[in-house]
Design a protein around this ligand. Structure first.
Ligand SMILES: Nc1ncnc2c1ncn2[C@@H]1O[C@H](COP(=O)(O)OP(=O)(O)OP(=O)(O)O)[C@@H](O)[C@H]1O
Ligand SMILES: [Mg+2]
Length: 274
């Protein structure tokens, strides 16, 4: 059967929703009252898509990420993976969820033990995940390949012998070894200089097409969000104030807050991938 443009569009929009949150709220008790860090957020992450969550410091992005990762309980609302509620998972169910949803954070140096080589770091991660040691070498080589690295160049190195971008790519490779369906990157490129940043953004972009990975990219930088993502959600003080395709957000922003973020990056239209 020949696919018409309408059919192709439909099949794209009907991709399975892999991860979703509905009406998720997080309140913290602090001296003198309550902080609502995340306020009634509902988002969907379809399979093999890249969604960026963007907003200024303190807008609730990392709190949302921690709840999606089940590192922190929700105050109210639900999170579902493949349609199954994950908010009350524990034990093996939670461990299985954590192998499907992997994360990479801002400072790869903090995630390394400086006394371990990259090789021992990766092997330890595999051992902790109970992956048999006879599969380790092939898996390490495969996953380093996704981030354009070769075992013989990096396995003997200590963290301080690599650049920030190389360390971040190792962390992405480590996350991929668990064969996740979702990769959540929270400010994963924020500490990199411009060249290394583009390099890591391109690696994240390619993983979607190579592995069918769903990428959730969290950043305060709307320029990076629009460079990488198909869809963008903008958070302001815990709420999603704008959501849409990257083109919609760049060319027809609805919220005043989005317009303000966009005004900081005047050359954004030229950097759009599509
Ligand atoms: N454990 C906590 N206890 C109290 N308040 C918290 C806690 N964690 C976060 N907050 C507050 O929740 C709000 C959102 O914080 P969060 O770290 O999610 O923001 P963010 O968007 O990730 O910011 P950044 O861009 O700086 O990383 C902030 O006001 C913060 O002070
Ligand atoms: Mg944060």
């Amino acid at each position: 059967m020949i696919e018409t443009p309408e059919m192709i569009t439909r099949s794209r929009t009907e991709r399975e929703v892999l991860l979703s949150c509905a009406n998720v709220t997080k309140e913290f008790s602090v001296a003198g009252g309550t902080v609502v860090a995340v306020d009634d957020v509902s988002l969907e992450f379809p399979e093999a898509s890249v969604l960026a969550v963007v907003g200024e410091s303190g807008s609730g992005k990392s709190t949302l990420a921690r709840m999606l990762l089940r590192l922190m309980p929700v105050t109210s609302g639900t999170i579902a993976f493949r349609g199954q509620d994950v908010t009350s998972l524990s034990g093996k169910g939670l461990r299985d969820y954590w192998s499907e949803v992997q994360a990479v954070f801002q400072d790869p140096f903090a995630s390394f033990n400086q006394f371990f080589t990259v090789g021992s770091l990766l092997r330890r991660s595999l051992a902790l995940a109970r992956i048999p040691s006879d599969e380790a070498d092939a898996l390490i080589e495969e996953c380093l390949g996704y981030v354009d690295m070769r075992p013989r160049d990096v396995l003997h190195k200590f963290p301080h012998q690599m650049s920030g971008g190389q360390r971040q790519r190792i962390m992405i490779a480590r996350a991929l070894m668990m064969r996740p369906k979702v990769l959540l990157a929270d400010e994963a490129t924020s500490m990199l200089d411009a060249t290394l940043r583009v390099n890591v953004l391109n690696v994240l972009h390619d993983l979607r097409s190579e592995l069918g990975l769903t990428v959730l990219f969290i950043t305060h930088d709307i320029g990076q969000a629009c460079y990488l993502a198909d869809r963008v959600a903008v958070m302001e003080r815990g709420r999603v104030v704008e959501r849409g395709s990257t083109e919609e957000v760049i060319f027809a922003p609805q919220a005043e807050y989005t317009r303000r973020l966009l005004s900081d990056v005047p050359d954004l239209r030229g950097s759009l991938r599509t």
